[in-house]
Ligand binder design. Structure first.
Ligand code: FAD
Ligand code: NAP
Ligand code: HEM
Length: 470
């Protein structure tokens, strides 16, 4: 205990009693080595660098020492190897100094599958006497310099020695990071691939979004703008900017929202058909289920665009001009526009459903933020995402049905015998809602619930076969 009750020890806790704690060694005085050294120093550790050129290496954090690799390795029991894999050769000659020590491999590769084995496994083969731990490779030198507040807070690690991993985990925790143990050194390849990933789970949803947007834009362009030009000689190309966009965005949003819920119902029917939940879903369904969050968030982004585009409708020159022209022609003809109560109901209802649907849509988006979902129990999260999610789909689908109303009766709705966009976009959501309704039929729901609680039709069949035999 300190004699002065007001004095605070800045050393790491386990070294508080040691006036001169054992240093940590860093091989390599490049970006990663320097940043890690600075961070360790700020967290109260002593740092010794091992360099090829101890007398002429660049500026290092003040308070650190720099020496030859061999001398630095001798002075510490834990060594961070901040050198690129191509230069690991020098470590073979240091095998005696590194024997029994913890050797942390922080390296990454510029490409996947560049080498037959992971860098950390290669390092372990070069220095078999050391306990190699793969860690810190998913952080950038920048994150280390600025502290975890600025970026990713997680340090993934793996290694074959539990004590070595524990030692590295303690350091990472003291630097302010959260440690995630990924198991033995055979997981090193996976950790080395992490920094090379570029939003892999977004790829499929983005392709779906781009594909649907391109298809509907061209489809509507043809049936609205090109049709008007070819058939009537009207140039309404100005519609490309707002009118067409404000059709394509909600259409894509609604289809993508329905695509979030379609795999769930397909999965449920598959479980009912198979009579068990213990058989794996096909790969395509698995992949689809895994990207529902991204599908949903992209659908939300498109819904936002639709809402912003809708807000500007009264500001549009085309709309104001049309309204004024209408009013003038009514005045000229000494007519009034009769008030249709049904139309008012329909209009208010479709707008109200749109607003309600959008409100719930935003709620789904908010609960998918990690900080919010972490504060919810699984049941609460499932209630919002699944139950309120279906309600969102219901509101948005009926917003569109009411928007369409009786337009399907007008022959002018089918230029060149094509269906309006809003009709096409209703197909998937309607299918999802009807299938979901079928799943809610009490006898179907009961069977599904039993299957999900572990009941297995094949067990039952085997049991009855056994009882017949005995
Ligand atoms: C804006 C927005 C944000 C979203 N954010 C997220 C998000 O953060 N995370 C996310 O996962 N999704 C997210 N989604 C997608 C979607 O809301 C969820 O995946 C939602 O849970 C799907 O509900 P569901 O009822 O179809 O599927 P689920 O509740 O996952 O059920 C689907 C199927 O899984 C099987 N199943 C479910 N429970 C069990 C069980 N106990 N045992 C065996 N099988 C079972 C059943 O076959 C079921 O039919 C988001 C969507 C939107 C629009
Ligand atoms: N930079 C990042 O953001 C980052 C993030 C995660 C992981 N990493 C990993 O950290 C390691 C170092 O990256 P870096 O960005 O710091 O690279 P760097 O700036 O090029 O530094 C590498 C250091 O390795 C040493 N070195 C170079 N050639 C050598 C050789 N032939 N033999 C022995 N040592 C040699 C040098 O230090 P001396 O001159 O002192 O010997 C050099 O400064 C890499 O494996 C990288 O994948 C980097
Ligand atoms: C604040 C919420 C919303 C409002 C005020 C609103 C309003 C509107 C309006 C005014 C239109 C007609 C546009 C036009 O005449 O071109 C429309 C159409 C449409 N809306 Fe919404 N909407 C909302 C939310 C949503 C949401 C969340 C969805 C679905 C995800 C959606 C899907 C649609 C669809 C598919 C159309 C038909 C597009 C077409 O083919 O013309 N809306 N909405």
């Amino acid at each position: 205990m300190s004699k002065n009750p007001e004095s605070v020890s800045l050393c790491p806790l386990n070294s508080a009693a040691d006036p001169e704690p054992e240093p940590l060694c860093i091989f390599g005085t490049g970006d990663m080595g320097r940043s890690l050294g600075q961070r360790l120093l700020q967290s109260g550790y002593r740092v010794v660098f091992g360099s090829r050129t101890p007398h002429s290496c660049g500026p290092l954090p003040p308070g650190t020492q720099v020496m030859s690799h061999s001398a630095a390795a001798q002075s510490a029991t834990l060594v961070f190897n901040c050198v690129h894999r191509e230069h690991y050769g020098f470590l073979e000659t240091l095998a005696p100094q590194l024997k029994g020590k913890v050797l942390v491999d922080v390296s990454n590769n510029p490409k996947r599958n560049l080498y037959p084995e992971a860098n950390a496994e290669h390092l372990q083969r070069l220095v078999p006497g050391a306990h190699v731990v793969k860690a810190f490779n998913t952080l950038s030198a920048w994150t280390l310099q600025n502290g975890p507040a600025d970026a990713n807070r997680q340090v993934y690690l793996c290694g074959n020695s539990a004590e070595a991993k524990q030692a590295v985990a303690e350091i990472a925790t003291k630097l302010g990071f959260t440690v995630l143990d990924r198991g033995s050194l055979s997981a090193a390849g996976e950790l080395e691939d992490f920094p090379l990933q570029l939003f892999p789970e977004w790829r499929l949803p983005l392709r779906v979004a781009v594909g649907l947007t391109a298809f509907f834009y061209l489809y509507l362009l043809t049936r609205i703008v090109i049709y008007a030009y070819v058939q009537k000689g009207d140039d309404i190309s100005f519609r490309l900017m707002v009118s067409l966009a404000n059709k394509v965005f909600p259409i894509v949003s609604l289809i993508m929202l329905a695509l979030c819920y379609l795999p769930g119902v397909i999965a449920a029917f598959l479980q009912l058909y198979r009579g068990t939940k213990y058989r794996r879903f096909p790969d395509w369904l698995d992949r689809w289920m895994l990207c529902r969050k991204q599908l949903g968030l992209l659908a939300l982004a498109f819904a936002f665009l639709h809402v912003f585009y809708t807000l500007i409708i009264p500001q549009r020159y085309y709309v104001r001009n049309k309204l004024t022209a209408n009013a003038i022609s009514l005045i000229r003809e000494n007519k009034t526009s009769p008030f249709e109560s049904t139309m008012a109901w329909r209009n208010d209802s479709y707008l109200a459903l749109g607003i309600l649907g959008f409100g719930l849509f935003v709620l789904l988006g908010i609960t998918s933020l990690p900080s919010v979902s972490n504060a919810l129990s699984w049941r609460e999260f499932n209630f919002v995402q699944s139950k309120l999610g279906y309600l969102t789909l219901f509101f948005c689908t009926f917003h569109t049905y009411l928007y369409g109303w009786n337009k399907f009766l007008r022959p002018s709705s089918y230029p060149w015998y094509t269906l309006p966009g809003y009709m096409l976009c209703l197909i998937v959501p309607t299918v999802v809602l009807v299938l979901k309704l079928l799943l809610l039929v009490p006898c179907v729901d009961r069977s599904l619930t039993r299957i999900r609680r572990g009941w297995d039709r094949t067990d039952k069949a085997e049991d009855s076969e056994k009882s017949l035999l005995t």
